[in-house]
Write a protein that binds this ligand. Structure first.
Ligand code: ZN
Length: 286
């Protein structure tokens, strides 16, 4: 297992972690500058942040800083109308930015995210998701841009993602890419999968070629908001080092991407303080 205690060369910052400070949006280009100033070598930006900053300008700034991406957030939402076209745009943006993969949050029951679920058939939603990934996979192959299915915690099954375990995500990978071409894999976000009794087994099943991204934060006790109360590494109950050991045992050698949505705590602080804390905790707790 790699030693993270001496430096932070394998730290990536998911830019949602510092997307708003004291309730104000922190512009993406400023986030990139602040990361670069701290020797953070990689980020994973969100599409809305890129759109606000401009795609070409974002790409230029990344190049100027010699900064890599650990992923691009996000595509998916396959049960929403217009998903395919939007996902194709996301793929093209990911290519322009040099992302190693497009992260897929696959969607739940149609309409549920807007508060109006159109039906209760989660099995049908799951089939729709698999069909959507199948269709997008072709375009991903053409562009040489892998798709990373991110299983989300079951509390999001209705509205955000009806793929809820690594096992389920890997079943889709097996069905759509049985030859393990590298075009389809998973994003292991510990916030979503830490509790799974099959976590180690499924990480082993995924293997190096399907482990496309590794996201870290912590699960707070108590958790006070289902979406925006993620903890800083070390503040909760996830054994992050054990899980990193499992992915690295498969040969994963990429970035540990810090992804924290924290309305009441980290989004209320100075961005620089949050980034400094990410570096510190990456060394101590990841
Ligand atoms: Zn994630």
């Amino acid at each position: 297992m790699r030693d993270f205690t001496a430096d932070h060369r394998w730290l990536s910052v998911n830019t949602a972690t510092v997307r708003q400070q004291h309730g104000q949006d922190w512009p993406l280009l400023q986030i990139l500058d602040a990361c670069a100033a701290r020797g953070i070598r990689a980020v994973s930006p969100w599409r809305d942040q890129v759109q606000a900053a401009g795609l070409a300008e974002t790409a230029r700034t990344l190049r100027a800083h010699g900064m890599a991406l650990s992923g691009y957030c996000r595509g998916g939402l396959f049960t929403s109308e217009g998903a395919q076209d939007d996902n194709l745009r996301a793929l093209d943006e990911a290519c322009t930015l040099g992302a190693p993969c497009l992260v897929l949050v696959v969607g739940g029951l149609p309409g549920a995210l807007a508060g109006q679920p159109q039906h209760k058939n989660i099995g049908a939603a799951r089939r729709q998701v698999t069909d959507g990934i199948h269709r997008l996979l072709e375009a991903a192959r053409e562009r040489g841009l892998p798709l990373a299915i991110e299983p989300l915690h079951p509390m999001y099954a209705a509205d955000r993602a009806c793929i809820n375990t690594l096992s389920q995500a890997l079943d889709v990978c097996d069905a759509l890419d049985p030859g393990r071409s590298g075009a389809l894999g998973v994003a292991v976000d510990l916030y979503h999968v830490w509790w799974d009794p099959l976590l180690q087994v499924q990480i082993t099943r995924a293997g190096k070629d399907r482990l496309l991204a590794f996201h870290v934060c912590d699960w707070l006790v108590p958790t006070t908001d289902l979406l925006n109360d993620r903890g800083m590494m070390g503040d909760g109950v996830i054994d992050i080092q054990q899980a990193r050991g499992w992915v690295e045992a498969q040969g994963f050698a990429g970035y540990s991407e810090v992804e924290i949505f924290s309305k009441a705590n980290w989004w209320q602080r100075d961005g620089g303080e949050v980034l400094d804390t990410c570096i510190q905790r990456h060394r101590a707790c990841v």
